[in-house]
Design a protein around this ligand. Structure first.
Ligand code: FE
Ligand code: FE
Ligand code: ZN
Length: 281
């Protein structure tokens, strides 16, 4: 069974998200833990959480890939931005434990804004060392980045360095990776022409056991462009056939695939149906 879904609006609460996912025939989904551009968050409603948990269990919706807000920069230079990142990260993790235990919390390593990649990596690892808890059931997923501006995480080596600096084994075990097909392509990895080679490189540098989820996007730009402009499936430079190879690759086929393509709900439903029709597993 292909596990596939898309970003779902979290307005209206958790149960409403489950219903929206069902309407699109999605069996996994992503959602922002708070306004992607803003900061504050509403208290959880226990009734809503109960209804949501029962619903996703009954409908087989699983391996949710929650997304941290874009304003969360774990390697910011400014002290107040760093403080927000740490506060939001640990508050989001607590909410994940309460509302959706055992799922994924995906975040961008961040932008070092001139401090340099090394300094950025140190700050990201420092934050993880402070916010991860040995008892948490949520895995946190570093996202592979396109390398736009001063983004950390364009090279697999950068993600590896972050993971290595979380030395406590019980905390280190909570860290995984979410591979974004648009981002790795924009970063210069040839997932369209040499998917096996990219996965071999991922395994050599990070280890495939860390790979927990895939953001399935086409890209508006050429390989290595470092632009990060997502395209609809089959309408970009990666192309439909290459993305069909991604969902069917034996190493990837059991992972959750999340669409982050520029679509409305009808467009997402079409892409979900198209990819299900091309899944061989
Ligand atoms: Fe992302
Ligand atoms: Fe992504
Ligand atoms: Zn992106």
């Amino acid at each position: 069974m292909l596990r596939i879904g898309c970003h779902i609006s979290s307005s209206g609460g958790y149960y409403a998200m489950a219903q929206r996912a069902e309407a699109l025939e999605a069996n996994t989904f992503a959602f922002f833990t708070r306004n992607p551009r803003g900061g504050s968050v509403k208290a959880l409603d226990p009734e809503d959480i109960r209804a949501f948990s029962a619903e996703i269990q009954q409908k087989g919706i699983d391996r949710l890939v929650a997304h941290a807000p874009y304003t969360l920069n774990p390697c910011a230079e400014k002290e107040n931005v760093l403080q927000f990142a740490e506060m939001a990260f640990s508050e989001d993790l607590a909410r994940m434990e309460a509302a959706s235990p055992g799922q994924y919390y995906n975040f961008h390593p961040g932008s070092h804004v001139g401090q340099g990649t090394e300094a950025g990596i140190d700050k990201i690892a420092g934050l993880l060392n402070r916010v991860l808890k040995p008892e948490q059931t949520t895995a946190v997923l570093l996202e592979t980045m396109a390398g736009k501006g001063s983004e950390v995480g364009r090279r697999f080596e950068e993600l590896r360095a972050i993971i290595d600096r979380v030395e406590d084994a019980s905390l280190n075990a909570k860290i995984g990776v979410c591979m974004d097909t648009c981002h790795v392509w924009d970063a210069g990895y040839d997932i369209a022409g040499d998917l096996d080679g990219v996965l071999t490189e991922f395994d050599r540098v990070i280890g495939l056991d860390r790979l927990k989820a895939v953001h399935l996007n086409d890209s508006m730009n050429e390989k290595g462009a470092a632009k990060d402009r997502h395209a609809k499936i089959g309408e970009g430079k990666i192309g439909l056939e290459a993305l069909v190879r991604v969902i069917n690759h034996p190493i990837l086929a059991k992972l959750p695939f999340i669409l982050e393509t520029p679509n409305d709900e009808a467009g997402y439903a079409e892409e979900i149906a198209l990819l299900k029709s091309r899944y061989l597993g």
